[in-house]
Design a binder for this molecule. Sequence first.
Ligand SMILES: Nc1ncnc2c1ncn2[C@@H]1O[C@H](COP(=O)(O)OP(=O)(O)OP(=O)(O)O)[C@@H](O)[C@H]1O
Length: 276
Amino acid sequence: MNRESTIDNKFSAKAVNEPVLQAEKTSIYYGAFLAVQDVFLDIYKNQITAFIGPSGCGKSTLLRCFNRLNDLIPGARVEGRISFHGENLYEKKFDKNIEEVRRRIGMVFQKPNPFPKSIYENIAFGARINGYRGNMDELVERSLQQAALWDEVKDKLKQSGLSLSGGQQQRLCIARALAIQPEVLLMDEPCSALDPISTLKVEELMHQLKEHYTIVIVTHNMQQATRVADMTAFFNAKATEKGGKQGYLVEFDQTEVIFQNPKEEATRDYVSGRFG
Ligand SMILES: Nc1ncnc2c1ncn2[C@@H]1O[C@H](COP(=O)(O)OP(=O)(O)OP(=O)(O)O)[C@@H](O)[C@H]1O
């Protein structure tokens, strides 16, 4: 996508909202391998932004940069800028505060990964580590309510989180993320391990959560993107001379534009199921 059309898209969406996170000419490497190149993208407050595109185009790689989770991968490196409320997230100032970055920008993974602890402790543990001094019972209830799980677990808070169904475990992980009061939730294919009913529950939950949180979701499920996302970014990958693949952002716009009237032919082909 050329820079001008990115700017056009940016301005049309900016009129609606302010960006919380921004990628500006962001390229991400694993060692010498350039996985994603020159991404310009804004994530708007209280909106859901979906990343879609074929396997290996760098959706998860970019997502993990938004809370510096890629720092944990040896050899991973970011060029260009990622900013959070206008401040460069990769500045030294944030190096010392990386836990705070990840508290404010939480993450939910593909596979539900509750701690092997009680349902109650799954919520309380992180809050305690983050220095929460308020009423813990209230926080546990509030977080489970927000994650639309309270009614299902209120009578068994001492049971292991691992005793819950997959869909419940994922909502427990969302509750755990919410308990440390983030501003942003990054969700990497949060429903791919769930059955259709649990998937719909998580999607309903996302609609409720966006009133208070900004959400970015990586999804392979295009119906899911159309159901939940306000904005959608379509990524693709091109073959490199060395036989690898390099990801790039093709088009970023309001979800209905991406699915009904995209500007790029590649987007049209992908959303109509012609490749991917
Ligand atoms: N930890 C890593 N070390 C080295 N290369 C990696 C690592 N993680 C991802 N890659 C490479 O970076 C590229 C982008 O991968 P990424 O997982 O971000 O793509 P994706 O679009 O999320 O794919 P999928 O939809 O299959 O999850 C791929 O070529 C992948 O092999």
